[in-house]
Design a protein around this ligand. Structure first.
Ligand code: CDV
Length: 303
């Protein structure tokens, strides 16, 4: 048995004007609750430090850049790093990352995983960027991730800490089966995944009532078909007039939900996650080495 106590730290809405230090104070309050439960790891949502700004078209790049972090940790997030180190808790959260490469600014939708000592053990830049690059004012809410971010250029990675192997993915990545299979083939036992999912999807509004179903459908099937623990964590509630899905949850490798948020505010849910349970699936029905036939998946190999 390799038991870890893992907490999903759902965040309620973040207003456009809410300063980073207030958001970080909310994150620390959830961390303290996690410490009372003796959590080993706390997982926060995608773009956890700000409102979900890709819902707005902004022509002025300086206005967009105000939502980005140019270093991590920085002054605003240092208290979270410090408190987590004191408590000996690992954590993961998403943020908008801006860096200079060869004098050129680059912007990514990024998540980090920080170990118990406060060291950034892994960085992941979102691969499946949803949305559109141009101003589409007809939409009630835009989704301009393809304008404001570049897609991550590195494959899904893993890191070994807390006695297990971890991978990260971000929001839209969870809808793609390749995400789970890729990290499972790399030996990941826990997938950490933050999301911001509006209940209203302008391109297929007839599916709005299915957002909650599709969220759990993807997380649960991804977990089961790959023998993984999956920790899905929402930014939830009515944010600047846009309703975001909650439903943060922890899914066992059997596909069963073992903890689930019941509000759309700041909420902590947690579960004992025995990493050895991955083998229940991986040594049986989804024994990759025994049953997969990669040589038959020719369309997949072709791209
Ligand atoms: N932040 C996201 O990646 N959101 C997407 C869109 C399509 C709503 C999602 O898959 O939830």
């Amino acid at each position: 048995m390799r038991n870890l106590h893992i907490a999903a730290a759902q965040l309620g809405p973040i207003a456009r004007a809410e300063p980073r230090d207030e958001v970080v104070a909310r994150m620390i309050a959830l961390l303290e609750r996690a410490a009372q439960r003796r959590a080993d790891l706390v997982v926060y949502p995608e773009l956890a430090l700000t409102t979900f700004f890709p819902r707005w078209f902004m022509a002025d790049q300086a206005e967009v850049d105000a939502f980005f972090e140019t270093e991590m940790p920085n002054a605003a997030t240092m208290p979270l790093f410090a408190r987590a180190r004191e408590l000996g808790i690992a954590f993961s959260f998403g943020f908008a990352e801006k860096l200079l490469e060869g004098g050129r600014p680059r912007r990514f939708n990024t998540s980090i995983l920080v170990d118990r000592s406060g060291r950034i053990a892994q960085r992941y830049r979102k691969i499946h960027l949803p949305g559109h690059p141009e101003n589409e004012p007809w939409r009630a809410f835009q989704h301009l991730e393809k304008r404001y971010f570049e897609p991550g250029e590195e494959p899904f990675g893993t890191s070994d800490l807390l006695g297990g192997r971890f991978a990260m993915a971000i929001c839209n990545d969870r809808r793609w089966p390749e995400t789970y299979r890729e990290v499972a083939l790399r030996g990941a036992e826990v997938l950490l995944l933050g999301y911001n999912t509006p209940l209203h999807y302008p391109l297929a509004p007839e599916h709005d009532h299915l957002q909650a179903f599709h969220n759990h459908l993807c997380l649960q099937s991804g977990a089961y078909q790959n023998g993984l623990w999956v920790v899905g964590v929402a930014k939830a509630g009515r944010e600047e007039g846009c309703d975001l899905l909650g439903q943060s949850c922890i899914v066992a490798p059997t596909g069963e939900i073992v903890a689930q948020a019941s509000t759309v505010g700041d909420e902590l849910v947690s579960a004992d996650c025995d990493l050895d349970r991955c083998a229940e699936i991986r040594a049986n029905i989804f024994n990759f080495a025994l049953h997969r036939r990669p040589e038959m998946y020719t369309a997949l190999r072709a791209g």
